[in-house]
Design a protein around this ligand. Structure first.
Ligand code: IDP
Ligand code: MG
Length: 153
C-alpha cells in the first residue's frame, strides 16, 4: 500500500497539536508505520524545500522549521498520499477549508502545522530523506477487514 510523509512542524509542537494531528490520521484509518522526533538542519531543509529556493521567504521557512524539533511520521493506506493531502488543506491556513488540519488550526501560510507529501514520487523521495529503511515498520493492521472491502485491497 502507499506510504506518505507527514512532518509535524514547530507550530504543531508549540500549539500542543501533536496528539490532535496524529489522532486525525489514526481515526481516518491510516496505519502509522514510522515516527520520530528530529532536529532539522540547513542541509536537510535545503533538499526538502529545494522547490522554493528562489523564493524570497526561503530562509525564513527554513529558520521556522529549526526553531524546535519536528516530528516525522509515515502513514500507510490506500491512496495515502491523496488522503493525507486532502486532510491537510490549502497551504495558507486562512484559505484552508474548515475540517482540514490547516483549516481548523492555522491562520498562516508559514505556520501551517504540517508538511505532507504532495505526490507519490515526492512521498518516496521524502520518506528516504527523513527515515532510514529500518525506521519504517511493517506490521498487520488488525482492523483491515473493517477499513477496506476485499476488492479494494
Ligand atoms: P505545501 O506545504 O502546502 O505543500 P509548498 O508550496 O510546498 O506548500 O510550500 C512549503 C511550505 O513553505 C509551506 O507549507 C509553507 O510553510 C511555506 N510557504 C509556501 N508558500 C509561502 C509563502 O508565500 N510565504 C511564506 N511561506 C510559504
Ligand atoms: Mg509541498
Amino acid at each position: 500500500m502507499e506510504k506518505t510523509l507527514v512532518l509535524l512542524k514547530p507550530s504543531a509542537l508549540q500549539r500542543a497539536l501533536v496528539g490532535e494531528v496524529i489522532k486525525r490520521f489514526e481515526q481516518k484509518g491510516l496505519k502509522l508505520t514510522g515516527i520520530k522526533m528530529m532536529q532539522l538542519n540547513d542541509e536537510i531543509l535545503n533538499e526538502h524545500y529545494a522547490h522554493l529556493s528562489e523564493r524570497p521567504f526561503f530562509q525564513r521557512i527554513k529558520d521556522a522549521m529549526m526553531t524546535t524539533p519536528i516530528i516525522a511520521t509515515c502513514w500507510e493506506g490506500l491512496d495515502a498520499v491523496q488522503v493525507v493531502r486532502t486532510m491537510t488543506g490549502a497551504t495558507n491556513g486562512r484559505n484552508a477549508t474548515p475540517g482540514t488540519i490547516r483549516g481548523d488550526f492555522s491562520v498562516s501560510v508559514q505556520e501551517n502545522i504540517v508538511h505532507t507529501s504532495d505526490s507519490i514520487e515526492n512521498a518516496k523521495e521524502e520518506l528516504k530523506r527523513f527515515f532510514k529503511k529500518e525506521e519504517i515498520f511493517n506490521y498487520n493492521h488488525l482492523t483491515l477487514p473493517f477499513l477496506y472491502a476485499n476488492d479494494e485491497i
